[in-house]
Write a protein that binds this ligand. Structure first.
Ligand code: HEC
Length: 81
């Protein structure tokens, strides 16, 4: 569910990423805003899934549990224009 994905992102990702719709100003230099990721054509649902199945390049300790991946992908996809 996108709503759950938003809550997960709010708790775990806002340190670096802008996560709100239309917010392109990430706090961490180099971390793309979720609204930006949502609109990259190559970032299909499948690409997002495989991204979350590998450790984050900048944060090897960030492993998202499978159930939360589904919610996160749903949230990011919901930001698509
Ligand atoms: C410590 C900072 C930090 C945190 C916390 C963080 N990220 Fe990232 N993330 C980055 C950076 C920097 C990049 C871009 C550089 C890279 O891909 O190595 C990135 C890249 C991404 C990408 C890939 C974008 C692309 O176009 O390849 C996604 C998707 C993503 N993050 C999602 C998340 C999610 C979801 C969370 C929370 C569960 C999260 N990130 C937490 C720093 C962070």
């Amino acid at each position: 569910m996108p709503e759950r994905g938003y809550l997960y992102a709010e708790a775990n990702c806002t340190e670096c990423h802008a996560i709100d719709r239309g917010d392109y100003d990430s706090p961490y230099y180099g971390a793309p805003a979720f609204s930006e990721i949502a609109n990259v054509p190559a970032m299909s649902e499948l690409a997002l899934y495989s991204f979350f199945q590998t450790p984050h390049p900048t944060m090897p300790n960030l492993i998202v549990p499978p159930g939360d991946i589904r919610d996160l992908v749903a949230y990011i996809r919901s930001l698509r224009k």
